[in-house]
Design a protein around this ligand. Structure first.
Ligand code: LLP
Length: 419
């Protein structure tokens, strides 16, 4: 298994994005840079959409994975809904011409002003994560003289068997409401003048590579749906969250079809709509991160490739010990391969993109970090006062800049000196 696919692949020893060599992009636009494939985003979204074709459903792409407005617009054009966690994400969806009536609002700390804006534009549903949020959303809806559509994010307490930082459906996690209190929260919602319960929601974690935790969560949730119907909650939709894993190294994540089949088998005969919130499975392998080797350096036995990309650009390796493949843009046979730690210039020992990577490289060579389309740019920062990378979308032979490289002026624009 490899994270290479039909959108990012080698042709004549050149790493391609669709029909363009990544080396030509690196030379023209500089590095570090993010490069996405439009066709990959579209294919991943359509694979999931088609896998659920036999049942009413809505794919609400999780904006947090990659929130570039051009990316959102590509998905909006396919008819995607969106899963948001902040007003900022909502404003992006609107700028990207996404349909607000296909937006679900997750997140455990929604503020009154964010709730009001979401009510104003008419989103599909608020996923409630605490009892206090029930009161807050009801109060906002009263003030705006409207009815807020809501669903409760229930924590099914299953172990997603993924990295602890990205598992969310265990009791010890801060997300959702405990399974045991779900019914009473719905009872409370039924008493609220300006709330209408329209669904139920869960999300158990991210980068799940097995179906079993999904199955366990689904079984528990469907039992709850029966109880909710019995107390008079009209479950129009069942939101099963995101979390489907991808291949970074040699994982074999379930395919869209296997994932869908498992869900469809269990919900057969039910008339609710299925809502999904996939982020990574759509975006991760639709993008790469390009960086250039600055120096090769030896500390005794250890070899370092110092590159121009760093943890501020792509933090997953540092933050989660995530493994993402690092490969050359041009395969050359005339250099010996050596094991390198690929490190950035940021002043932190934790600043690395990959460790112990077998590479045949010289200074000046370009490298691609694969599977960087999700939680890459979206988690970038200006740490060490580094300008954030350019973002580029390849579409066939065409190359579009979808976010300019930041300049120092951009970076400093909001700051001022005091007397
Ligand atoms: N829905 C909710 C409520 C979520 O919290 C998340 C992700 C998603 C959907 C999308 O999950 P996905 O399909 O992408 O797994 N930064 C981490 C991942 C954090 C995921 C947070 N929640 C990483 O880089 O691995």
């Amino acid at each position: 298994m490899s994270a290479l696919n039909s959108f990012f692949y080698y042709r004549d020893n050149q790493l391609m994005a669709e029909n363009v060599t990544l080396e030509s992009i690196a030379k023209q636009y500089g590095t570090p840079s993010y490069v996405y494939s439009r066709a990959a985003f579209e294919q991943h979204w359509k694979d999931l959409d088609q896998a659920f074709a036999s049942h009413p459903h809505l794919i609400c792409y999780a904006v947090k994975a990659n929130s570039n407005i051009a990316v959102l617009n590509v998905l909006a054009k396919l008819g995607s809904g969106f899963d948001i966690v902040s007003q900022g994400e909502l404003e992006r969806v609107l700028l990207a011409q996404g349909d607000p009536s296909n937006v679900v609002f997750s997140g455990l700390g929604k503020q009154a002003q964010e709730i009001k804006r979401a009510l104003e534009v008419g989103i599909r549903c608020f996923n409630i994560e605490s009892e206090s949020e029930v009161d807050l959303i009801n109060q906002c809806a009263i003030e705006m003289n409207c009815v807020a559509p809501v669903s409760v994010r229930v924590n099914p307490d299953v172990d997603p068997k993924t990295h602890p930082y990205i598992s969310t459906g265990l009791k010890e996690n801060k997300f959702g409401l405990p399974f045991e209190s779900a019914l009473s929260v719905y009872q409370k919602i039924l008493q609220c003048s300006n709330l209408k319960a329209i669904g139920v929601d869960c999300h158990i974690g991210s980068q799940l590579t097995q179906l079993e935790p999904f199955q366990d969560a689904l079984n528990r949730m469907l039992g709850l749906v029966n109880e909710l119907l019995a107390i008079g909650v009209n479950i129009e939709h069942f939101d099963f969250g995101g979390g489907l894993g991808v291949c970074y190294q040699n994982e074999t994540a379930p395919s869209a079809n296997e994932y869908a089949q498992m869900i469809l088998d269990k919900v057969k005969g039910r008339d609710f709509e299925i809502v999904l919130e996939p982020g990574r499975s759509i975006a991760a392998n639709a993008g790469v991160f390009l960086t250039q080797v600055q120096f090769l350096k030896d500390n005794g036995d250890k070899h370092f490739a110092v590159v121009d990309g760093a943890m501020n650009d792509l933090i997953r390796p540092s933050l989660y010990s995530a493994w993402q493949d690092i490969i050359p843009l041009t395969k050359e046979n005339n250099t010996n391969s050596i094991e390198y730690d690929v490190v950035g210039p940021v002043c932190e020992s934790g600043d690395f993109l990959g460790k112990n990577r077998e590479l045949a490289i010289q200074s000046g060579d370009y490298l691609a970090v694969l599977s960087a389309g999700a939680y890459g740019f979206a988690m970038s920062s200006n740490y060490n006062s580094r300008n954030r990378p350019i973002e580029i979308m390849v579409d066939g032979e065409q190359v579009h800049v979808i976010r300019k490289r930041e300049s120092y002026a951009d970076q400093f624009a909001l700051e001022s000196i005091i007397n």
